[in-house]
Design a protein around this ligand. Structure first.
Ligand code: G6P
Length: 590
């Protein structure tokens, strides 16, 4: 969480560059913002509460060629101007922005207070510049001061810092992402690529335990622990700047929903050899576990059904935050498959660590090439969805399902059949996402947007999609939505149904239909208003959202109208679907 971005180079508008870039990282946190610039008059600091998207970069910037900026997702200390980053050293010369948590900050703070330091915020971050200042007083260079300070920290961090008196940008990473963008006569350092995508596509990925310093002309990398210098590979990334823009859409969420006209095809575009290799690993391993968080977790639950129905193979899902206890079952022959859009989720990285300690292999299915999860895995597949900026995951989720379904078909020895099904599904989604369809769903949202409770039911692979539907609706519209396995209704949740309660039934053209129709009748008998998402229309539906009949790809298709419904529920309730309250897109804290 939290976005950080720094610039050093020949340009004189460093402040503007970092603020504009940071607006593209706002999905990482958006309760307050701040920028520190090195100017002819020394350190210039501007910060405030609220979203950085509302800030005019020109108004807050000074002439400068070195700046760092931050958009915050509060952990330690409330949302106040004082707690917003950057934080300064006691003498005001060192500025720091930080993503992560310094777990032993209280102990360090006491030590510094005994030396006469005073603190202006409640954050853990503020100890960083103060501690660096102490090491600077001992005559250390800025990079040595940061390195020595890092040696004292417990926890996870990505730190960017500069000193008003020294034209050097320094950064260090342990547990939270940092990427260096290489420009002509300039360097960018950010928590994610979209920050500098309009300037360069050449990057160096910083690994855990590494730091970097640059004067804008030369760049140096080293181990934090030993100080030994390292060479880093330059990687050219394939994302284009316009992929990370909204275009004509009002919100990224709707843009990314519409991207699904093509993103399924891109997800299916995999190297056969790689897919067959993965299939072989699944066939030969002794125990295969899927793990992820949030929406990616619901995707994994759907994949349980894919492997069961298509490949007759038992695969288990465990939420990454719950994975640790499973170390008892892990062996060197076990296989862990992790799924993540960002490739940076802390709980997923932790699950991978547990599996690695047991000697198990790890396969990662991710969207962001070069991300921490991508690099830490034994092998990785990309879903090729392009940048996903809205907090609510849409095209990444369907892309992840497409890749997992393709793998299930490969395990069944039917890779071509799987690919054909998915390409056909991609084409059907392309047809489905037309303006009339979107208007129809908007019309349903208009009828139900004042309701505070909403339930979703499904069976088989539509059950995890009912859970995912609930996440989508909750996170953007703040309506209390809950998903259930349709058959579980009568064991408790049905008590919640009142006259007019909206209930969504997710269906396919399959052996579950008869049971689903019975469950719908049970709901209807208690007064529920039924919204059927199904290839066929049934009399029990009050509203019908038609979806193409897609066989085992049905969950991929069925979740899309719910994404649209969630979007309109948010908009009609006056909420910003791209930046829901309390959430962040990339959850890099445990
Ligand atoms: C956050 C996001 C979700 C996402 C989850 C896992 O909670 O808001 O949209 O599903 O993290 O993220 P990942 O990047 O690992 O898929």
């Amino acid at each position: 969480m939290c976005g950080i971005f720094g610039y050093i180079g020949e340009k004189k508008d460093a402040g503007e560059i970092v603020i504009e870039g940071l607006k593209k990282l706002e999905y990482r946190g958006y309760d307050s913002w701040g920028v520190a610039m090195q100017t002819g008059m020394g350190m210039k600091l501007k910060k405030d509460i609220g979203k950085i998207s509302g800030v005019s970069a020109k108004d807050v910037s000074d002439v400068s060629s070195l700046a760092i900026a931050h958009s915050r997702w509060a952990t330690h200390g409330g949302v106040t101007k004082e707690n917003a980053h950057p934080h300064l050293s006691q003498d005001g010369t060192i500025a720091v922005v930080h993503n992560g948590i310094i777990e032993n900050y209280e102990e360090l703070k006491k030590e510094l207070m005994n030396k006469g330091h005073t603190f202006a915020s409640q954050t853990d971050t503020e100890v960083i510049p103060h501690l660096m200042e102490e090491y600077r007083k001992e005559g250390m260079s800025l990079q040595d001061a940061l390195r020595t300070a890092c040696g004292r920290f417990e926890g996870r961090y990505a730190i960017l810092a500069f000193d008003a008196t020294d034209h050097t940008l320094v950064a260090a990473r342990t547990g939270s992402p940092l990427i260096v963008g290489i420009g002509k006569g300039e360097y960018f350092i950010a928590s994610d690529i979209p920050a500098f995508l309009e300037h360069t596509r050449n990057v160096h990925y910083l690994d855990d335990g590494e730091m970097v310093w640059t004067d804008g002309k030369k760049i140096h990398f080293s181990s934090i622990e030993t100080g030994e210098e390292k060479q880093k590979r330059t990687i050219n990334i394939s994302w284009k700047a316009e992929d990370a823009e909204k275009g004509d859409f009002e919100h990224f969420m709707m843009k990314e929903i519409m991207d699904q006209k093509e993103s399924i095809n891109r997800a299916v575009h995999q190297d056969d050899k790689e897919i067959l290799r993965v299939a072989k690993e699944i066939e030969t391993c002794l125990g295969c576990i899927l793990s992820a968080c949030g929406t990616a977790g619901k995707v994994c639950m759907a994949a349980d059904y894919f492997f069961s129905v298509v490949a007759h193979r038992h695969v288990n899902y465990v939420a990454s935050s719950e994975f640790k206890i499973y170390h008892h079952f892990l062996k060197p022959e076990s296989l862990l498959i992790v799924v993540s859009q960002s490739g940076e989720t802390a709980d997923v990285l932790e699950a991978m660590k547990v599996a690695k300690e047991a000697g198990s292999k790890v396969l990662a299915i991710v969207n962001v090439e070069g991300s921490s999860i991508y690099r830490a895995a034994d092998f990785a597949l990309l879903i090729n969805a392009g940048p996903e900026r809205a907090v609510a995951s849409t095209k990444a989720a369907t892309g992840q399902m497409a890749v997992l379904l393709l793998i299930a078909y490969a395990v069944a020895g039917k890779l071509n059949e799987g690919r054909t099904l998915l390409l056909e599904t991609g084409a059907k989604i392309n047809d489905m996402l037309n303006p009339r369809y979107i208007e129809h769903i908007k019309g349903i949202a208009q009828k139900i947007h004042t309701h505070e409770n909403l339930y979703i039911i499904g069976k088989s692979w539509n059950y995890p999609m009912a859970l995912e539907s609930a996440i989508k609706i909750q996170e953007v519209s703040y309506v209390h939505a809950e998903g259930f396995a349709a058959g579980e209704l009568k064991h408790g949740p049905i008590a919640l149904i009142e006259e007019g309660t909206p209930c969504i039934a997710l269906m396919g053209n399959d052996e579950m239909t008869a049971d689903m129709l019975s469950n719908i009748m049970e709901l209807k008998a208690r007064g529920a208003l039924i919204i059927g998402v199904s290839p066929e229309r049934y009399d029990s539906f009050d509203f019908w959202i038609k979806v193409p009949d897609s066989g085992p790809a049905q969950p991929i298709v069925n979740i899309i109208p719910i994404q649209i419904l969630a979007y309109f529920l948010a908009v009609l309730r006056g909420k910003d679907p791209d930046m829901p309250r309390n959430l962040a897109k990339s959850v890099t804290v445990k």
